[in-house]
Design a protein around this ligand. Structure first.
Ligand code: ADP
Length: 258
């Protein structure tokens, strides 16, 4: 009986060990697979601008006596891809640092309406050139404890997208108001919209809509994942609502004093 009891006990301990190890190893495996995917996607995204830079530089090298127009065409292609790579590398660094908790959020009191007025002002010229009406409804005196640089980065991502995906004669409207739990920032546009089946993925790393994937607008598909990280680092939430052909609304909710 003693031997049988010891054997059964041993078997039970081994089974429990495997069960517990399985439960703890699964999240590690998922995190590892996610990391692998991130590295693979990043390498893939970096290869495209690099290939363009290499081919244009080789052409310039092989045909040094081409016309000035042909030369400047190639040089501007190299510059455009270099800028794209710079942005991509900066975005990748932000995400890699946020993954390893190396990015600190430095909270300081700031006036949200003032920050939004300043950023909208910076985008006013871009909106005018595009023929898009940029309007605001900013409740005055909303104070918030937040990292100003990161909040600026978040708002720039949302406004840049709203203008990028809204055609001439469209509208972009920015709202900031108090809510019962804190503050709410809304960026709504009357642009292209996002298909319902794509909406759950817009905050995923490297996700880009079908139509824009092949375009040369310099997007990286990392903007909204950085936006999500910034909002969550401030214990807030971000959501997207959209109707194809009608427009998109991003709503950010941040906790704050009443
Ligand atoms: P990027 O803009 O560089 O492609 P983002 O992460 O900022 O990457 O956005 C991911 C995708 O979400 C975009 O490629 C686009 O398809 C879609 N998207 C984001 N914002 C908007 C918007 N305001 N209107 C329509 N589509 C949008």
């Amino acid at each position: 009986v003693l031997i049988a009891g010891t054997l059964i006990g041993g078997v039970l301990i081994i089974i429990a060990g495997f069960f517990l190890a399985g439960r703890t190893l699964v999240p590690i495996r998922i995190a590892w697979e996610k990391q692998q995917q991130f590295v693979a996607d990043a390498s893939h995204e970096l290869r495209t601008p690099l290939a363009v830079i290499q081919s244009q530089a080789e052409l310039l090298f092989r045909h040094p006596y081409a016309t000035i127009e042909q030369e400047s065409e190639k040089i501007s292609a190299v510059l455009k891809e270099t800028r794209r790579m710079n942005k991509l590398v900066a975005d990748l660094l932000t995400l890699a640092r946020s993954d390893s908790n190396q990015l600190e959020i430095e909270r300081k009191p700031l006036l949200l309406d003032r920050l939004l007025t300043e950023i909208c002002w910076q985008f006013a010229q871009m909106a005018e050139i595009k023929g898009v009406a940029l309007t605001t409804d900013l409740h005055p005196g909303i104070q918030l404890e937040a990292d100003e640089a990161r909040l600026r980065q978040l708002l720039v991502i949302l406004l840049d997208n709203a203008l990028k995906y809204t055609a001439e004669q469209g509208k972009v409207h920015v709202i900031c108001r108090r809510t019962s739990h804190g503050v709410e920032i809304v960026v709504e546009d009357t642009g292209a919209g996002i298909p319902a089946e794509d909406l759950p993925f817009v905050f995923d790393r490297f996700y880009r809509g079908d139509k824009v994937r092949t375009s040369s607008d310099g997007g990286t598909g990392l903007g909204l994942s950085i936006a999500k990280w910034i909002v969550e680092a401030h214990q807030g939430t971000i959501r997207a609502e959209s109707k194809i052909g009608k427009g998109t609304t991003f709503t950010v909710q941040l906790p704050g004093k009443k």
